[in-house]
Ligand binder design. Structure first.
Ligand SMILES: [Zn+2]
Length: 138
């Protein structure tokens, strides 16, 4: 499997030190569609922080079960979602746009975050995910 690149469409991708970047190509392709500097008008996306990819979650998480089919994004332009969502307009608008746009990617499966909690396009109530976006693919 390929590694998540450190730059997607001009947006810098930072990683938590323990992250295994080796993931399914479908998750990278989804990121290439949604992660771009112009994702929203009025704000520039220049950096995301991936706190988890093909690693460290316990089963039945898609991170492990699907063999690299999920990523967690926890910071936008260096701002931790745990501290700056929803109070910071840049963080809120970009997080919301990432989740909304992910729904339009071809292999989207789980889309859990502060704005949406969806699985295969359906509402899927789940605890947590106020401080990061979890995206997974089939
Ligand atoms: Zn996750």
């Amino acid at each position: 499997m390929p590694n998540i690149p450190s730059n997607i469409n001009g947006v810098t991708v930072e990683f938590s030190p323990h992250v295994n970047k080796d993931v399914d190509l479908n998750i990278i392709n989804a990121l290439r569609v949604i992660i771009k500097p112009t994702i929203v008008s009025g704000h520039n996306l220049n950096k995301i922080y991936i706190s988890s990819a093909n690693d460290q979650h316990k089963l039945p998480s898609r991170h492990v079960q699907g063999k690299g089919k999920a990523v967690d994004i926890s910071r936008i332009n260096g701002y931790k979602m745990s501290l700056f969502y929803p109070s910071n307009p840049l963080v809120k608008s970009i997080v919301d746009a990432i989740q909304i746009n992910f729904e339009n990617t071809p292999f989207r499966r789980e889309n859990f975050g502060p704005h949406l909690k969806k699985k295969l396009g359906n509402n899927h109530p789940i605890n947590g995910h106020g401080d990061h976006i979890h995206l997974s693919v089939n």
